[in-house]
Design a protein around this ligand. Structure first.
Ligand SMILES: [Zn+2]
Length: 264
């Protein structure tokens, strides 16, 4: 069977489930709208953006609010678990896996750059945990920069199991980071979160999990879209990193720094 026929067949098989989901209405995919900021508790919220799913074109409308108290920007109302499942489905796995695998695989240079950014701080970390590792492509590329480092990956999708089978990560941990953190222990020289925090429902819990798993004196490496960037202002809803509805929280750098300092 050609790839095209195979893909057409898969789409045909998936269609009834999508049609049933859409017919049931998508309002049920949302938590109640918040009246306070999830980061600082302030009630001064303003609407920053209204948009739709510009990538997968699934139905639904999404609103990002901005807290006037601290600048935190977040999806409000936020998708619930059922909603996240609906909008993530076939994006990273299933139908989208092959396409994304190719796209991500082609990003080796960027991944190497991320690994190299660690060198001035620790030129030979022993153990590195990549949180939100997906299919493990970052770890595979980072090994070429740091051949003696053990790379573990963590993700809540089965992509991490694939990553372990393919040898891209030494160990793959599947599940939620805050839930797994206690058993992982605090012995990682580096914990990285590349474009992870903005997907999480509670970024604050993720930071605490990171604090639990980085060894004393180790490093936490975070890469997130900056809601204060000029491009975000100029491009409005067409700024790609808004990535609605997947990105739930946009934490300004100053807020991140303050919270991490508080935690020690
Ligand atoms: Zn706030």
């Amino acid at each position: 069977m050609s790839e095209d026929t195979e893909s057409t067949d898969r789409i045909a098989r998936l269609r009834p489930a999508y049609q049933a989901d859409i017919a049931a209405g998508w309002e049920r995919f949302f938590e109640p709208r918040r009246t306070d900021c999830p980061w600082c508790g302030s009630q001064e919220l303003t609407t920053r953006l209204r948009t739709t799913d510009l990538l997968q074109h699934k139905p639904g409308r999404f609103v990002l609010d901005r807290c006037e108290g601290c600048g935190h920007t977040f999806q409000n109302p936020r998708l619930n678990e059922q909603g996240l499942d609906f909008y993530y489905r076939d994006f990273y796995d299933g139908l989208g896996e092959k396409q994304l695998g190719d796209t991500f695989g082609g990003r080796t240079k960027m991944y190497r750059g991320r690994a190299e950014s660690m060198l001035p701080y620790d030129s030979a970390p022993k153990r590195w945990l990549d949180v939100g590792t997906g299919h493990g492509h970052f770890c595979a590329a980072a090994r070429e920069v740091l051949p003696h480092t053990v790379f573990d990956g963590l993700d809540f999708t089965d992509g991490v199991e694939l990553a372990e089978r393919e040898g891209r990560v030494d160990r793959g941990h599947r599940g939620s980071f805050p839930d797994l953190a206690p058993e992982l222990g605090s012995h990682y020289d580096v914990v990285s979160m590349f474009h992870y925090l903005e997907h999480s429902t509670e970024p604050d819990r993720e930071l605490r999990a990171a604090w639990e798993t980085v060894r004393p004196g180790g490093h936490l490496l975070i890469e997130v879209p900056d809601p204060e960037s000029r491009c975000a202002r100029f491009l409005g809803r067409w700024w790609l990193p808004w990535l609605q509805p997947q990105h739930l929280h946009f934490v300004p750098v100053a807020n991140l720094r303050a919270r991490l300092t508080e935690m020690g």
